[in-house]
Design a protein around this ligand. Sequence first.
Ligand SMILES: *Cc1c(COP(=O)(O)O)cnc(C)c1O
Length: 341
Amino acid sequence: MFNINTLVRPNILNLEPYSSARDEFSGSEGIFLDANENPFGTLNRYPDPFQKQLKQKLSEIKSVATENIFLGNGSDEIIDLCFRIFCEPGKDKALTFVPTYGMYEVSAAINNVELIKVYLDENFQINKNEALTLLSDANLKLIFICSPNNPTANCIDAVEFIIQNFKGIVVVDEAYIDFSDKESLSQKIDQYPNLIVLQTLSKAWGLAAARVGIAFTNSAIINFLNKVKPPYNISAPNQQAALQALNEVDRYEYEKAILIREREKMLLELQNICLIKKIYPSETNFILIEVTDADGIYNALTSQNIIIRNRNKVIRNCLRLTVGSPEENAALLTALQNISA
Ligand SMILES: *Cc1c(COP(=O)(O)O)cnc(C)c1O
């Protein structure tokens, strides 16, 4: 039987969370003399610590109950919270499949947790047999799987296999799921008590500046996330901006359609550029390409004020191109053609 309490650090199990003034009384009417706020102004009040309005809206859009939603100051905050809840520093371990998103490693290092890095195979997929031999490590508490994966742009096939064969927590980072045809695992959190699904408003929803990340998971894990987070982790203006964006689903769909169309167009057009050796398929809003000289091309583009992501150190001679506006993508293509010529 799965028992979450055996995975949570003892100090977190025993933690008495900070009780804020707004926890104890959360009504909106009244004379508020409980939180030492300034009575004047418009940003003078502390924000809702549990972002109830925002969760209600997300619940409708994502078809997940509000009690199964946690919001972080970006998904980056939720990644850090996972380490702090489940991994005893200097003792417990985490695992991820590389190349992948760099924050898992940074967050592991900040929390003094060893991160085991297992290489994806030549198709950027998990080698199941190799993975199986690693999952039984008693100190391994946390696995991060990014799918669709950054920077490889593909979905990982063996995600559910890992969830089913691991007794610890699996965090599936779906930052790019909006751009994929695949189903989100958010609909399977009842089936898998060890699953945390991460999404974000930073990519398809166009709110990177507002810092809103989402976790979908069972209410037991939600309670631990709520216990450990800073009480007012999402500012009032950011909650407001998020709510406004979520009220404009049509705009989201419209922009997403443009980006997917542009991605498909770029995947075709890039084939005509001779310095590109390989174009990887993409289920995201970026394209990974292999070139003859990644550093040289990166520098040549930078000198024309076109900034792409050089992944040469992560995957040899690979560059990651974000899909931009039609005009931006056309400018990138022209620049690449000129460098080739
Ligand atoms: C961009 C990205 C995020 C977004 O993080 P936020 O903190 O929500 O902005 C998360 N995971 C991956 C894999 C990403 O590429």
